[in-house]
Design a binder for this molecule. Structure first.
Ligand code: HEC
Length: 210
């Protein structure tokens, strides 16, 4: 089967037909290497549209999916012993697989360049505790490699959740939930909380504070 004919670059693509994100990542890695020789026409390029903000991705996709993973197993201590509420039907596990897909692909979406942090009129709900979007943007620009690594870690944690759900393993699911939590917090402490809070939350991990 031959590849699809080259589309003009301006062709709007429905979300469902995004080509492989790996290409964009390869391109992101190649920034800064200005080729000397004239390059052959590379052909059609991904045309990502980061239409929504990081904040919207968090609210609409990432947070609900993560909550579903964290809430999937409930262990309560009762007078009669330990009560375990776990996913026990194929539908339960399939729903978790789908949440894992949302999480891991969000790790890719967060790496699309040009996505605003938040809407222009958005302000921190907890000033002094959470940074304002404009301050976050400055931090992201200053530590863009850390942003990409944090996003990649969300992807990788999502893969572990997916594997646990596919294996129908409650233990693996619990472990993957911990890894997921660490992935969220390490990005938040570096980019979303003010420097002092970041240092406390991330310990030596807080690294460079501007
Ligand atoms: C690569 C970095 C990164 C990762 C990974 C990440 N976040 Fe975020 N998150 C942010 C930033 C930056 C903000 C602040 C955006 C804003 O609200 O201004 C944020 C904000 C949020 C918010 C608040 C949104 C609002 O209403 O203002 C929630 C909830 C959230 N994240 C949940 C999560 C969860 C859950 C995970 C992990 C499953 C996660 N995030 C992973 C960067 C990240």
């Amino acid at each position: 089967m031959s590849p699809p004919a080259a589309l003009p670059r301006s062709t709007p693509r429905p979300l469902g037909s995004l080509p492989r994100v790996a290409l964009a990542l390869a391109m992101a890695g190649a920034t800064g290497c200005a080729g000397d020789a004239p390059q052959p026409d590379p052909g059609p390029r991904p045309d990502f549209q980061p239409t929504t903000t990081v904040e919207e991705l968090m609210r609409a996709v990432i947070d609900p999916a993560a909550d579903a993973v964290w809430d999937a197993v409930v262990i309560t201590s009762t007078r009669d012993g330990i009560d375990r509420e776990v996913p026990d039907s194929d539908d339960d596990w399939l729903a978790l697989e789908h949440h894992a897909v949302r999480l891991l692909e969000s790790g890719n979406l967060l790496q699309i360049e040009g996505r605003p942090i938040a809407a222009a009129d958005s302000v921190s709900e907890l000033p002094g505790i959470d940074l304002e979007p404009a301050d976050i943007a400055v931090r992201v620009a200053a530590q863009y490699d850390a942003w990409l690594r944090s996003s990649r870690e969300l992807h990788d944690a999502g893969v572990v959740v997916l594997e646990a759900a596919r294996a129908r393993s409650v233990d693996a699911l619990l472990e993957s939930g911990d890894r997921l939590d660490a992935a969220c917090e390490s990005c938040h402490s570096r980019f979303w909380y003010p420097p002092d809070a970041a240092e406390t939350a991330a310990g030596t991990n807080g690294a460079t504070t501007p």
